[in-house]
Write a protein that binds this ligand. Sequence first.
Ligand SMILES: [Zn+2]
Ligand SMILES: [Zn+2]
Length: 305
Amino acid sequence: MLSTSDIVAPDKRTPGVATIDPAIFPMLDKLYARRIKRLNAQADLLGENGAYFRFLTHLVQGQQRIAEQSPLGPDDVEAIRALLQQKPENTQLENLLSNITCWQAAYATLAKQVAPLLPQDVGDKLAVLSADKTQLTQAAAHLLRFDYQQVDAGVAVVLWAALSTCWAQAVSLLQEESMTQPTAQAVCCPCCHAPPVASLVLGGAREGFRYLQCSLCEVRWHRVRAVCVDCGASGQIEHWTLDDAKSALQIETCGDCKSYIKTFRLDYDPELEAVADDLGSLSLDAAIEAEGFKRIGLNPFAFPA
Ligand SMILES: [Zn+2]
Ligand SMILES: [Zn+2]
C-alpha cells in the first residue's frame, strides 16, 4: 500500500502470518485529502455541470479544517462512545445527542461556510436549524435512525457531514474500543450502526481482502468475499462492470435477496475513494436498479429521496 493511502497498514506483530484485521480505523487527514482530490477530478470532468461536486469539495474541506483545528476533547470522545453503545432506536437518542456539543458546533461552522454556495432557500434552512437546538437534535436523530425522508435533503448532507467529522474522530481515537458488535455478519457498521457506502477490495499488504466502508464514521470492516453482504447467501452472486472484467468499479448482485453493493477494486486502482467515486458512477446504479436490484449502501452526499 502506498504511503499516501488513508488505510492504515496491517498489524505486523506476527511477522509472516497474515491476520485479517476485523476493522480498519480512519486516518482522517489522508482520507479527506483523497476525497477532495477525487471530488475535484469529478468536477473537472463535468465542467459546467460539476457545481455539486465543487460544493462538496468545500464541504469536505470544512470537515478537514474542523478535524485539524478543533479536535475532539476527551469529554466529547467519551460522550460519543456512550452514544455508540446504544441502538439507534433507543428513545434516549435525542437526549444523548443534545448533550454532545461538538457535532452541533461542527454543524454551525459547516452551515455558515457552505450557505453562500447554495440556493437561498437551502441556506435559510441551514441557518434556521443552527439557531434551534431542539430541531437540530431531532433532525440528527432522524438521520441516525435511517429516517432520511424526515430531513430536507440539502440539510441532511451538511448535518451528516458534521456528525461524520465528530464520529470519525472519536472512532479513530477509540480504535477497537469503539466496536460494539462483531464484524463477520455485519451489514451495518460495527461501531456506529450506519450503513456502508460501498465495498472495497484492498491492495497492498491486504491484497484481495474485502472491507465495507462506513458512510458515517469512515471505519472499514471486514466481510468475506463471494458472500452476499445482506443475506449471507453465496449461490447467486454475480459481478457486473460497464466495460471489461478488470474494471476497478464493479457491482456485486445477489440473486437470492435481489440486493446489490458497489465494489471498488483498490487492488486495480488505489486512487479510488468510495464516497466520491460512488457519486461519480450513479449511472451504474440506475442500470442495475432497472434490473430489479436494490441498493445496500448509502452515499452521504446523495440521500435517498
Ligand atoms: Zn460507522
Ligand atoms: Zn443476498
